[in-house]
Design a protein around this ligand. Structure first.
Ligand SMILES: NC(=O)c1ccc[n+]([C@@H]2O[C@H](COP(=O)([O-])OP(=O)(O)OC[C@H]3O[C@@H](n4cnc5c(N)ncnc54)[C@H](OP(=O)(O)O)[C@@H]3O)[C@@H](O)[C@H]2O)c1
Length: 169
């Protein structure tokens, strides 16, 4: 029987390494899209432009996109720009690749962040998915642009899930 395929874009990092391990244990073939492919199961991409990597998505059970410049840096203009662009551009090009598939992935989970919600302090009610207040700071604006790019992708047959992840320990 064919193994189900999981494609992990930006899967070399903290979350991706754990997911790869987990899904391999469940019997999935896992392919990781990375800018520095060197190991078995890693496929080269630049996170911005279409290339031979796009064919890997054909018939995949799932695509999970974790790509994005680490936010563990000083928030000066150059880093802010890279934080936004690494997320919106990788999401956009994945949308283009999925849209080209004859047999697109059944589901696409794209990273987002719980920091789409405004900070709550004191007596303010906690944000929930149903009634969270969307913030207007830099990180909240990144999250909104990231999700907008995801929602604009022309990939109707593929189920989309934005992962509003809080800090993972
Ligand atoms: N960890 C958390 O607590 C947490 C919480 C909320 C949201 N998130 C989001 O979840 C995603 C994964 O988190 P993580 O902790 O696993 O992050 P991570 O360890 O920093 O890994 C992110 C991966 O993105 C790729 N990347 C970095 N810059 C890129 C660029 N300019 N273009 C394309 N790819 C680039 C890198 O892969 P290569 O260098 O191999 O290309 C890297 O392995 C991130 O988008 C993050 O914002 C994480």
């Amino acid at each position: 029987m064919n193994q189900p395929l999981l494609v992990l874009a930006g899967g070399t990092g903290f979350l991706g390494r754990q997911l790869a391990l987990h899904f391999r244990q469940l019997g999935y073939e896992v392919l990781t899209l990375t800018r520095r492919a060197k190991r078995f199961g890693e496929v080269a991409w630049d996170g911005r432009t279409l290339g031979p990597w796009a064919k890997m998505l054909e018939g995949a059970a799932a695509l999970i996109n974790l790509a994005g410049k680490s936010v563990d840096c000083r928030y000066h203009a150059v880093n802010r720009y890279a934080i936004v662009r690494s997320r919106t551009e990788s999401t956009r090009v994945l949308g283009e690749a999925v849209a080209q598939c004859q047999n697109p992935p059944a589901v696409w989970l794209n990273s987002s962040t719980a920091t789409i919600y405004e900070d709550t302090t004191g007596a303010a009610p906690a944000n929930t998915e149903a009634a969270g207040r969307i913030g207007r700071g830099f990180s909240e604006m990144v999250a909104q642009q990231w999700e907008a790019e995801f929602n604009l992708a022309p990939v109707l047959p593929t189920r989309r899930v934005a992962l509003r992840t809080a800090i993972v320990l």
